[in-house]
Design a protein around this ligand. Structure first.
Ligand code: GLN
Length: 297
């Protein structure tokens, strides 16, 4: 077996490169560029380029790369070097134990958002055939996880972006919940009718000022529509909270993800309306991440 050249591997008319050598080469490139997790990223990119599983990576490390796999690996590596997150390159992201298709039209679901699913499932234990509404569904990760875990629940998912809804619909089919989930295109409650046991949302909450200082991976690869929350970051909360009352059953729950410093202000917005049992919940890093309120019965 030959080893890779020191110069640009991908432009060399190269043959006989093993999976292991390819991975080492990609690790070197990513490390040199100062990326955070070169080993893991390289492994995932080589797996995607070759179609190898984790087990294949161990058992078949000396297999030679096909020309096709080499080209794909070259493309993926260049994209990673340009700052694109691995999840976007692979087109999928893990959330609540399932893989969700993602692309530039949807926010990549973050691990801390799993809190909303936990909170919804807690409520669903008491109300097994509940109706759930997800506002700004994006990839659909939150509501699809809820419906996949709670077999009798039904849901409505809303997004302003038709492109996002296309992705969410595919994810709903993949996870077997499409028959219990209706998708509507519009702004917040605008296309919605009926009442719900749970209304949940991870709305855009980043202030205009913070939008200017986002990590490149977020700024370039998550849609602005899913991030920008207006001058004080609270535009979406005002819209959702003021209208939610008309779409919640008495005693129904509102579950909203919040930014780490927005707990008190969102709490105050809720306090001015007929909600009770308003509580702020922290994520695993200790940051305020979710606010929960019940509509007075
Ligand atoms: N949690 C995301 C971030 O900090 C923001 C998501 C949102 O605005 N809802 O990048």
């Amino acid at each position: 077996m030959t080893s890779p050249p020191d110069n640009d591997l991908f432009t060399a008319p190269y043959s006989g490169l093993s999976v292991n050598s390819a991975k080492r080469f990609v690790i070197g490139q990513l490390r040199e560029a100062g990326l955070d997790s070169p080993d893991l990223d390289a492994r995932l990119l080589v797996m995607a380029a070759t179609g190898f599983s984790h087990a294949d990576m161990i058992a078949r490390g000396t297999d030679l790369l096909s020309t096709e796999a080499l080209e794909l690996m070259s493309d993926y590596t260049e994209r990673r070097l340009a700052g694109e997150p691995v999840d976007n390159i692979l087109g999928s992201r893990e959330f609540y134990g399932r893989s969700f298709k993602i692309n530039k039209d949807v926010l990549s679901p973050r691990p801390e958002t799993e809190m909303l699913v936990d909170a919804a499932l807690e409520i669903l234990k008491e109300t097994p055939d509940a109706r759930i509404l997800d506002l700004g569904t994006g990839s659909g990760a939150i509501i699809i996880s809820c419906l996949a875990e709670a077999a009798h629940a039904e849901g409505v998912a809303v997004d302003m972006s038709p492109e996002a809804l296309t992705i969410a619909e595919q994810n709903a089919k993949t996870h077997g919940v499409a028959d219990r989930l209706t998708f509507l295109c519009g702004s917040w409650f605008e296309p919605v009718t009926g009442v719900f046991d749970i209304i949940l949302s991870n709305p855009p909450y980043i202030t205009d000022e913070a939008m200017t200082a986002l990590d490149i991976e977020v700024a370039k690869f998550d849609p602005e529509l899913a991030l920008r929350g207006g001058a004080d970051g609270l535009t979406a909360y005002r819209a959702i909270i003021s209208e939610a009352e008309a779409y919640l059953k008495p005693g129904g729950s509102l579950l909203l993800e919040i930014g780490y410093d927005q707990g008190q202000t969102v709490f105050n917005i809720l306090q001015a309306l007929p909600y009770e049992d308003v509580s702020i919940h922290r994520d695993l890093s200790g940051h305020e991440r979710m606010i929960k309120a019940l509509l007075k019965s």
